[in-house]
Design a protein around this ligand. Structure first.
Ligand code: ADP
Ligand code: ZN
Length: 216
């Protein structure tokens, strides 16, 4: 079983949804840098304040800040039996830092699961996305409605639209993906860690495919 995993893909490809499924199935620790930033924003910490100014506009949080946050997180005990990185690394300097760090603490990356998705579908998914304020569960106004309007099926929390899920910020996020994050596909292909999956298939099919691969 492959246990130290990076999930990659453009915003809206379904990293968060897949991460939640894999986490439960394989008892992995889910590390989402986006969620960590949002927690900090909610808590009004200095890190949150700084991150918010970048995130709401669709920009990336600076590498030094993000790398430091991740470094602390990855060293915690709950990462010893496997972790799922969701949203990190997003730049070449982040990938290089991760390579050094994960070797140092003897928790090397074993596979990079890349989710392919076309732009039109990404825009459709993100513009209709709603998220539970409480537990982060994702919904969609057309294709993944909650049982009760505006209320999370799992925890009863209120659903909201992320501040960066608007047309303007999304365009910038997609540009950052192309310029900053896409080069990582070559980086990991060179290291023979890259595995591509089609995220246009249903989320259950995708989960089955990825699970089968990880279990090999
Ligand atoms: P999505 O994958 O839908 O874009 P995330 O929740 O992963 O959403 O991230 C939301 C935002 O948080 C990003 O647009 C970016 O501003 C910031 N962020 C998350 N991870 C990183 C990272 N590794 N480096 C820089 N910024 C990040
Ligand atoms: Zn919820």
């Amino acid at each position: 079983m492959l246990k130290n995993i990076i999930l990659m893909g453009p915003p809206g490809a379904g990293k968060g949804t897949l991460a939640k499924q894999l986490k439960h199935a394989f008892h992995l620790t889910h590390i989402s840098t986006g969620d960590m930033f949002r927690e900090n924003i909610k808590g009004g910490t200095p890190l949150g304040l700084l991150a918010k100014s970048f995130i709401d506009q669709g920009h990336l949080v600076p590498d030094e800040v993000t790398i430091e946050m991740l470094k602390e997180r990855l060293a915690k005990d709950d990462c010893a039996n496997g972790f799922l990185l969701d949203g990190f690394p997003r730049t070449i300097p982040q990938a290089e830092a991760l390579e050094n760090l994960s070797t140092e603490i003897n928790r090397p990356i074993q596979v990079v699961v890349n989710l392919d998705c076309d732009n039109q579908e990404l825009i459709r998914r993100i513009s209709g996305r709603r998220v539970c304020k409480n537990c982060g569960a994702p919904y969609h106004v057309d294709t993944m409605k909650p049982k009760v309007d505006g209320v999370c099926d799992f925890c009863g929390g209120p659903l909201y639209q992320r501040a960066d899920d608007n047309e303007e910020a999304l365009k910038i996020r997609l540009d950052h993906y192309v310029h900053d994050t896409k080069p990582l596909l070559d980086f990991y292909a060179q290291r023979e860690l890259l595995e591509n999956f089609d995220s246009l298939q249903g989320s259950q099919e995708l989960f089955n495919q990825v699970s089968q691969f990880l279990n090999k």
